[in-house]
Ligand binder design. Sequence first.
Ligand code: PLP
Length: 411
Amino acid sequence: MSIPLLDLNRQYESIKPEIKKAIDKVLESQYFIMGDEVRELEEEVWKYCEANYAYGCASGSDALLLALMAIDLQPGDYVITSPFTFFATAGAISRIGGIPIFLDIEKDSFNLDPKEVKRFLDGEHPVFKKLDPDREKIKAIIPVHLYGQVADMDPINKLAKEHNLHVIEDAAQSIGAEYKGQRAGSLGDFGCFSFFPSKNLGAFGDAGLITVKDETLAQKTDILRLHGAKPKYHHSLVGINSRLDTIQAAVLSVKLQYLDEWSDRRREIAQTYNHLFAEAGIVGELGDCSGSCSAMGGNECELHSDKIITPQETTGSPRENGRHIYHQYTIRTRKRDVVMKALKAKDIGHSIYYPIPLHEQECFAYLGYEPKDCPVSHCASKQAISLPIFPELSSEEIEEVVNTVVDAVLG
Ligand SMILES: Cc1ncc(COP(=O)(O)O)c(C=O)c1O
């Protein structure tokens, strides 16, 4: 049985007539740019995300860029973020000449660790000493809600307030995820969403959206995505061309109606995986990361055994009322190579998100980071592996994935 990491055909088959009807309506109107469907989707999404304003744009990468443009990030300004994320998070900072400050993640959630941010802003972090930044130039924090789980936003927002920083949520993987009952995209000053086809809410091509809290910044964002012009041909700002196509908006509106149902099914699948792995006796507990683990060249490891670590729902207790929407179901194992080989042999989809943390990327070598500056991220990049998860995944497929991983770990 071949099992894909993600099968979008199954989703398409289940909603085909509605999608075709919605696209046909746009084709009949021939209104491909900023048509009614775009405004309608924007309204649906700000309501869904419990945000104040929402603007469609061309991609999640552009949503991040627009947020940084809206806060007037200047070349040489610093932005704090996670090194354990897709490149676009830091790419957006660099594209306007900003300097990313990578601080380590929590070992359980894989998200930016507020304790690291505090240590940095207090000037006590080795990375602070290394970068020696002009404090006035530190302008924002971009927490990333990785794999479908919201970062620990209360302490991050508190630190941002104390240090007068903007908070830009990279919610590309987390539409509908919740933190203490609040939706991703409503917690910071901006929420940046990607509708890349493989996302939980995926378009038929590139697409993105940005939510904004403050009215003035919202108006600015709206203009920036339209070349900085309002009204047309009157440019108060230098913006970019980053619009959400009407056809994409029409597709997304259809899919948005199913999103909660799909996310609930993803949660159910994750629970089934957790249960089956536990039943097979291969689930270990996360220990303390000493920074001297085998991945760092030492001989200790927070995974003290060859067991696996299943995803930790840190947005649940003690961070009550959390909702992980499982964009990815990611386990950790010291036996990753063995597990990958077994999955490959059975044609079971899997992927490593992300094999090289951003503080170790060649393009950021100029910052002078070493792997040990963000040891948890380094370690996660050596141990994390994502398994198939999508709403239409069958029970038989889940069992096959589990059996394959269990045999590989025990064998
Ligand atoms: C965490 C994260 N940030 C940003 C992006 C960029 O989104 P896009 O591919 O729509 O530009 C992605 C998605 O690929 C992502 O996963």
